[in-house]
Design a protein around this ligand. Structure first.
Ligand code: ADE
Length: 225
């Protein structure tokens, strides 16, 4: 999968993409992630990328021309399956959406800043608008990092044990069951004996039961389908 991210604050996410699973995914050739600095497309001596909004009101808007030029430059090299704008007024991201988008080959992500981006970019280029929750961040960068992480870990081969993404919370509309590691006893808190039994069927039954119990208590809405 190829992911191109357009941002006016590359420093906010560069570190994120050079660490851990997302870094390994790139090193192993499963994902190619490119960060594009919108400032390079800025206008005039000051490389201007934002301006006041027509009609007045507080807050700057990312201008249409630098963004359109950047998008078009990227489109010269790559045909995108999806051009996604990260925004609090987009559709709220969930595992189902991540699963289906993980099958795409080329994705472009646009990060907004300040008051947002000129509406014409949304009309002319954007194919999908995604929010990571009902709260407002200072920009789309952290949202893009969250979304990219969720996507990349689903690419086959990225996680060491491929099945581990399948047993994540939200796959099958269930939260994940509790997990334990050594020691079996810690300050009077014991690991459930079934997990030490070696009986795979009993272990799977216990995990499913705990998943359902946890989902019923914490997220009953997930069971209403
Ligand atoms: N940009 C600012 N807030 C956001 C959010 N909640 N989701 C996605 N992008 C955003």
């Amino acid at each position: 999968m190829r992911i191109d991210i357009i941002t006016c604050q590359p420093g906010l996410i560069e570190g994120f993409f050079s660490q851990s699973i997302v870094k390994n995914a790139q090193t192993n050739g499963h994902a190619a992630i490119y960060i594009h600095d919108l400032r390079k497309y800025g206008q005039g001596n000051y490389k201007q990328i934002d301006d006041y909004q027509y009609g007045g009101g507080a807050g700057m808007v990312l201008m249409v021309e630098p963004l359109a030029n950047c998008i078009r430059d990227l489109q010269k090299e790559t045909v995108y399956d999806e051009i996604i704008y990260m925004t609090p007024d987009g559709v709220t991201l969930n595992q189902k959406t991540v699963n289906s988008l993980s099958l795409r080959k080329n994705i472009m992500i646009i990060c907004g800043h300040y008051k947002g981006i000129d509406e014409r970019i949304r009309e002319m280029f954007v194919t999908m608008e995604i929010s990571i929750g009902d709260y407002v961040l200072s920009g789309g960068e952290l949202a893009a990092a969250v979304f990219t992480d969720a996507l990349v870990r689903l690419i086959p081969g990225v996680l060491n044990d491929e099945t581990s993404a399948l047993t994540d919370s939200f796959q099958d509309n269930l939260l994940a069951p509790p997990v334990y590691s050594r020691p079996a006893s810690f300050e009077g808190h014991e690991v459930p004996p079934v997990l030490l039994s070696g009986n795979e069927k009993n272990i799977n039954d216990w995990r499913l039961e705990k998943s359902i119990e946890r989902t019923r208590i914490r997220r009953p809405d997930l069971l209403d389908f």
